[in-house]
Design a protein around this ligand. Structure first.
Ligand code: TGC
Ligand code: FAD
Length: 393
């Protein structure tokens, strides 16, 4: 029988005092939605490796799709702290559900808003905000993951349209998306973005199976076999790799907050379990080794909370650098993985079951530490930023 979600977020350094009333209202709205709609069903969907598609309407209603996009295009015009809080609360439920929101807002709506024509903005953004249209983001290819600049997907002009060929791999939401933002090389070898719509001849989205991670998220390929893309579907204002990398700044920022949500859920679960579970005649919370784990978890969660709070202020002020975002993404996800691993041990055998959310978070975080730039790639971005020397190539 599904347990009631009693989650309470830790606030060891009274960080709530740094939030506005609007931030706190948004947080309680999203948290209540997650408790009511996500927690009761998510384990079952993850076990069956199925995306709970019925959640899309609710995600749109709580403002998870493009909350920073201006209201005239269907967004909420919120600041980046609010966006971070929304991602934290959703990922507290499940990283896969946060993935869907990240992709829709940061990787589909953001590029259309930032690089699109006025006609493209008016045509797509309001429908993406309500979830009437869902999108995905195709950058990674079978032979080009960390090195997207080496992509081979390409397009060329042919009469009144472009002809698109190639393939993308590991694409979140691909199997059900109505549109795909596809990054491909023009005949001069420069990367540009195209809006590809489901139903275009030669475009298919086979689903990726057998994942042990993000099981409640739908992942697939994008295959382009001489797809005719209308000329008006080219994003006019993005040329070069900095186009897609600019979108990643948005999504990585959301993950920096989101992963803290997963860590908080693991900590909260382990703390409550330790107070109730008795061995050798007393609660395991009374043993020094268990206290060490809990004390280190809350210390690391608190440090990460401070980092993303400051990053949110900088980002709302348009002063956050890509390297600062990389540092926060890397730190939050590594922290969350460590918290999940320690928390799982604290639950003993129960920790490996679906009775508790920890193992699911832990497995999900193995994707989160890989996508949007791996742990090591973000370290190299920090290394390059502080030394001026790039060590990628
Ligand atoms: P490099 O020569 O360094 O840069 C090329 C151009 O891009 C500019 N640039 C950026 N611009 C904006 N934001 C950033 N973060 C930027 N980073 C670099 C750069 O200034 C340059 O501009 P210009 O004007 O000189 O042309 O590029 P490189 O080929 O050496 O690669 C650098 C590297 C390794 C850091 C980069 O390619 C990288 O970040 N690799 C990781 C790939 C990645 O993160 N893929 C993510 C795919 S999407 C995804 O995973 C979605 S998961 C969604 C979910 O389910 O939640
Ligand atoms: P590789 O690039 O082959 O890396 C393998 C290993 O080599 C890693 O440990 C890496 O850190 C290391 N490495 C690579 N280069 C260097 C170097 N220069 N120096 C040191 N070490 C290096 N992509 C999208 O475009 N859209 C999506 O929606 C999307 N969703 C995803 C969903 C899931 C569940 C997953 C798992 C991935 C998703 N991705 C998506 C792809 C993701 O961004 C890539 O997996 C990621 O960028 C890493 O690429 P790769 O898997 O090809 O690994």
């Amino acid at each position: 029988m599904a347990k009631t979600d009693q989650f309470e977020s830790p606030d060891y350094y009274l960080l709530d005092e740094l939030l506005t009333d609007e931030h706190k209202l948004i947080r309680s709205t999203v948290r209540e939605w997650v408790k009511k709609e996500v927690s009761p069903i998510i384990e079952d969907y993850a076990q069956r490796a199925e995306f709970p598609k019925h959640l899309l309407k609710g995600l749109a209603e709580i403002g998870a799709f493009g909350p920073t996009i201006p209201e005239q295009y269907g967004g909420l015009g919120l600041d980046y702290t609010a966006y971070g809080i929304i991602m934290q609360e959703i990922e507290r439920g499940d990283s896969g559900i946060r993935s869907t929101a990240s992709v829709q807002g940061s990787l589909v709506m953001y590029p259309i808003y930032t690089y699109g024509s006025e006609e493209q903005k008016v045509k797509y953004l309001p429908k993406l905000a309500t979830g009437e249209l869902m999108g995905c983001f195709g950058l990674t290819e079978p032979d080009h993951g960390s090195d997207p600049g080496g992509m081979t997907t390409n397009f060329k002009e042919e009469g009144d349209h472009y002809l698109l060929n190639g393939a993308k791999m590991w694409i979140s939401n691909a199997p059900f998306a109505d549109i795909a933002i596809v990054w491909a090389k023009n005949p001069e070898g420069k990367i540009q973005g195209l809006i590809v719509e489901r139903g275009m001849e030669g475009f298919s989205t086979p689903e990726t199976h057998n994942k042990w991670s993000l099981r409640a998220s739908s992942t697939g390929e994008l295959v382009f076999d001489n797809v005719k893309v209308p000329k008006e579907n080219l994003l006019p204002n993005a040329i070069g790799l900095k186009g897609p990398l600019g979108c990643l700044n948005q999504a990585r920022y959301g993950i920096a907050w989101g992963a803290i949500g997963a860590a908080m859920d693991c900590y909260d679960t382990a703390l409550n379990y330790a107070k109730e579970r008795k061995q050798f005649g007393k609660p395991i919370a009374a043993f020094q080794l268990q206290q060490k784990k809990l004390a280190e978890m809350i210390t690391e969660i608190t440090k990460a909370q401070l980092l993303v709070w400051r990053l949110g202020v900088l980002k709302s002020d348009n002063r956050a650098t890509p390297a600062q975002i990389s540092m926060a993404k890397r730190n939050s996800v590594a922290m969350a993985l460590n918290v999940a691993r320690e928390a799982r041990q604290m639950l003993g055998g129960m920790g490996i079951t679906g009775e508790y959310p920890i193992m699911r978070h832990m497995m999900n975080l193995e994707s989160v530490v890989t996508y949007e730039g791996t742990h090591d790639i973000h370290l190299l971005i920090t290394g390059m930023d502080i030394t001026g020397e790039e060590a990628f190539k």
